[in-house]
Ligand binder design. Structure first.
Ligand code: FAD
Length: 457
C-alpha cells in the first residue's frame, strides 16, 4: 500500500502511459503517486519489442489507418520526436533512430526504460506502489475528482485523496466478460498476448462515475496466433506469431475466405477478422513457394517458415498434403467444410494466378499467391489480443468525457485506456503511452497546482 494518503496526482497503471504520465507530472512539481496492480512496474511495455514508432507524416497515417481520431493521430506524429528527446533528457538510451516509408522510431531496451522511469519519478519525490490496484474513483460535490480507492494484493483497501487522476491501466483485453460484450461472442477463443492485469479496471471505474465509452469499442490490436492445444508462454509469443498472414490464404470452418489477407500489414488486421469467425477459429494455408520464403514478385519481406514451424512445434493442429484433396481431408478432420474449402481454394488459385484477384467476391488486392506448388500446408490459428483500441472516450488533451461529451474535471486517460485513437489500422502502441501519457501528466500537474494555489485577492 502507498505511504501517501493524499497526492496531487494519482496515476493508475505503471506501463508505458502511466510511467510517462507519472514522470511528466513529477517533473512539473506535482506530488505523484503511481499505483500498479502487478507485482512490479512495466505492464505490457516491459513485455514488448520496445519499438517506439509511428507514421512519419499524417499522409502516411491516413493511408494506413482508415479511421480514428485524426487530431489525436496528428499529435502522435508531431509528438514522437519530442517525446523521444524528452526520454533522452531523462537518461533513457533511445538507440539509433530508424525511418522508412511507413514507420519512424527507435528500438528501446524496455527493462532499462522501466527502471529508469521509475527511478526518475522517485528522484522527483514521487511514489511508485506495486501490487496496488485502482478499484474506484470518487467525485466531489462540485463534480470533480476527489479520491481514488485502492486495494493491494492482500485485499487491504486504502483511500487516497486527490483532485487529479490519470487512468493508464492498459485497456480491457484481459477481461473476458468485457471482450464478450464489446468485441466478439467468441472472446474465450482468443489468446491473451499481453500482461494479465489489464482487465478494464480504468474503464469500469471511469464509466461508474459517468464517463462515456469511445466509438468502435469492438476494435483491438493483436496478432494471428496458433490455435489450441498450443498455449505458448510469453517468451515464445513473437516466435509463433503468423506475421506473414498477408501472403497466406485465410479461411474459416466453412472453408470460406473472410478478408483480403493482403491488407493485413505485418498481420495487423487479420486478428480482428479472425475473432469474428465461427467459434473464433481460422486456418492459414500456404503452398511450398510461400512456406519456403521464395522471393516471388509481390511477396512481403516477412519470413513465413520459422514462425509457421514455431506454431506447429507449439502444438497447433497442422496438415501437410501433396494434393488439394488430401489437404481438404486433413482439414475436414478439424471440422472444416471439405466442399467449401475446395471451392474456395480452386476459385482463389485460378483468380490470383491469372491476375484477377481483385475480381474475387472477397478481393485479394496484393500477394497473388494461390496453391500452386505442393506440398500444401494448413495451420489452425486464433486471434491473439494485445490491447483494446476502444475504451474510455477522451478529448485531444486526454481529458475523460462524460456522457454529455463534457470533460470530467480532474480525470485523464492515456495509452490503451483512451479509446478511439485508431479505429482500424495501427501505427504504434508504445507511442500512445509516450505522447498521451506525457501530455496527461503535464496537464494533471498544472490542474493540481491551480487547484491548490489560493486565488489572488
Ligand atoms: C509481446 C508484445 C510486443 C509488443 N511490441 C510492441 C512494439 O514493439 N512496439 C509498440 O509500439 N508496441 C508494442 N506492444 C504494445 C505495447 O506494449 C502497448 O501498446 C503499450 O504497452 C500500452 O501501454 P499502456 O500503458 O496503455 O499499457 P501497459 O504498458 O500494459 O500498462 C498498463 C499497466 O496498468 C496496470 N494495471 C492494470 N489494471 C490496473 C489497476 N486496476 N490499478 C493499477 N494498475 C493497473 C497493468 O498491470 C500494467 O502495468 C507490444 C505488446 C506485447 C504484449
Amino acid at each position: 500500500m502507498p505511504d501517501l494518503s493524499r497526492a496531487d496526482v494519482v496515476v493508475c497503471g505503471a506501463g508505458m502511459a502511466g510511467l510517462c504520465a507519472g514522470l511528466a507530472a513529477a517533473e512539473a512539481g506535482a506530488q505523484v503517486l503511481v499505483v500498479e496492480k502487478g507485482p512490479a512496474p512495466g505492464g505490457s511495455m516491459k513485455m514488448s519489442g520496445g519499438t517506439v514508432w509511428t507514421a512519419p507524416s499524417m499522409d502516411v497515417m491516413l493511408r494506413f489507418v482508415p479511421a480514428g481520431d485524426r487530431e489525436r493521430q496528428r499529435r502522435l506524429v508531431d509528438g514522437l520526436a519530442p517525446g523521444l528527446e524528452w526520454l533522452r533528457g531523462h537518461g533513457v538510451d533511445t538507440g539509433t533512430p530508424f525511418g522508412g516509408e511507413r514507420q519512424v522510431g527507435v528500438e528501446l531496451d524496455v527493462v532499462a526504460l522501466t527502471d529508469r522511469m521509475v527511478a526518475r519519478i522517485q528522484a522527483a519525490g514521487g511514489e511508485v506502489a506495486a501490487s496496488t490496484a485502482l478499484e474506484s474513483l470518487e467525485r466531489g460535490p462540485g463534480g470533480g475528482i476527489s479520491a481514488v480507492n485502492l486495494r493491494d494484493a492482500d485485499g487491504t483497501a486504502a483511500r487516497v485523496a486527490t483532485s487529479a487522476v490519470i487512468l493508464a491501466t492498459g485497456g480491457f483485453g484481459g477481461n473476458l466478460a468485457l471482450l464478450a460484450t464489446y468485441v466478439t461472442r467468441y472472446a474465450d477463443s482468443m489468446l491473451r498476448r499481453a500482461n494479465p492485469w489489464s482487465t478494464g479496471d480504468g474503464l469500469l471505474a471511469a464509466t461508474a462515475i459517468g464517463a462515456r465509452t469511445s466509438p468502435s469499442m469492438s476494435t483491438f490490436y493483436g496478432h494471428t496466433m496458433p490455435a489450441p492445444p498450443a498455449d505458448p508462454p510469453a517468451n515464445r509469443w513473437t516466435a509463433v506469431t503468423q506475421y506473414g498472414s498477408q501472403d497466406m490464404i485465410l479461411v474459416n470452418v466453412r472453408g470460406e475466405r473472410f478478408m483480403d489477407e493482403s491488407i493485413s500489414l505485418a498481420d495487423e488486421r487479420a486478428p480482428a477478422e479472425i475473432a469474428q469467425q465461427p467459434d473464433g477459429r481460422a486456418f492459414v494455408i500456404v503452398d511450398q513457394r510461400i512456406y519456403d520464403d521464395r522471393p516471388l514478385p509481390g511477396r512481403s519481406r516477412t519470413e513465413i517458415r520459422p514462425n509457421f514451424d514455431g506454431a506447429v512445434a507449439a502444438g497447433a493442429p497442422s496438415v501437410t498434403a501433396a494434393t488439394l484433396d488430401d489437404l481438404a481431408d486433413g482439414m475436414a478432420a478439424w471440422g472444416v467444410s471439405r466442399r467449401g474449402l475446395l471451392a474456395t481454394l480452386t476459385e482463389f488459385t485460378e483468380a490470383v494466378e491469372s491476375g484477377r484477384g481483385a475480381e474475387l467476391r472477397i478481393p485479394r488486392a496484393g500477394s497473388p499467391f494461390g496453391l500452386v506448388e505442393p506440398p500444401f500446408r494448413a495451420l489452425a490459428v486464433r486471434a491473439g489480443i494485445t490491447f483494446t483500441l476502444g475504451g474510455i472516450d477522451v478529448d485531444p488533451d486526454q481529458r475523460v468525457l462524460d456522457r454529455g461529451g463534457r470533460p470530467i474535471r480532474g480525470l485523464w486517460a492515456a495509452g490503451a485506456d483512451a479509446g478511439g485513437t485508431y479505429r482500424s489500422g495501427y501505427m504504434g502502441g508504445l507511442v500512445l503511452g509516450l505522447v498521451q501519457g506525457r501530455a496527461a501528466g503535464a496537464a494533471a500537474a498544472a490542474f493540481a497546482r491551480a487547484a491548490t494555489t489560493p486565488a489572488a485577492s
